[in-house]
Design a protein around this ligand. Sequence first.
Ligand SMILES: [Fe+2]
Length: 200
Amino acid sequence: MAFTLPELPYAYDALGPYMSAETLEFHHDKHHQAYVTKGNELAEKAGMADLSVEEVVKKSYGTDQALFNNAGQHYNHIHFWKWMKPGGGGKSLPSKLQTAFDSDLGGYDKFKAEFEAAGAGQFGSGWAWVAVKNGKLEIMKTPNGENPLVHGAEPILGVDVWEHSYYIDYRNARPKYLGAFVDNLVNWDYVLERYEAATR
Ligand SMILES: [Fe+2]
């Protein structure tokens, strides 16, 4: 099925002061739209236009780099918008998620330190993740448009560390952006929804 740009689940100015309307306008309307447009063009050429975005990501990995980059970024951004909400973040996790974070990631503080370190330590563009692999949570990082799907894992939380996600608001201060994301933006209800889907 053709890729389509999803609407943001909140107003452009809803995530301020942690992520500005200007960042969201460029990031969603320009960058994500470009992945959708280019992804559709390349999926058509590759004969994958009828596949789901997850199938295109897995099938193009290692075989069609240009298609993979765009399909991967489309998949990543579909979820990225939903992984944030106004008034989100912080350590009040839904109890089922808290239990999993405690047993698999050593608790919230350790998760926060390691997730932010993964994002800060990803050289160049990429993503930091919490993903379910073999039934357990893991913190991962990937370059460019890559994601845990191609490493046998299901992402339940991801943060975009491409400069287009933070440069307008934080300039080069990527760690500050990552701290604000975890403390003030994460939509834990959506993380729980993804966790339940991945462990069903
Ligand atoms: Fe992005």
